[in-house]
Design a protein. Sequence first.
Length: 110
Amino acid sequence: MPRSTLVNRNIVAERGRTSMRLEPELWDALSEICRRERTSPSELCRRLERSGLPGGRTSAMRVFIVQYFRAAATEEGHAAAGHGKVVSQHMGNGHAGLEARPALAAFGAD
């Protein structure tokens, strides 16, 4: 799987303009959340700051993104995506590896 590079984007936080560094996949996820919730990344950042999540702003955003999608996950959705079909196998280098089923191939786990 190709390595993600962090992408800087400007956010208007509680105390003014700042930058946030996230992986491109997390920026995509954040854009989807904002579209669904009819808000902007800056407004979402301000809400997170007001909620008092521990850690830094970027860490809080990452945690929020994961929590958002975990809350939306259903057993039916996991089954439709083919999740739960990852099989452990022994690799020649002595480390346990993963054998990905077709549903996970898009994530580079094959």
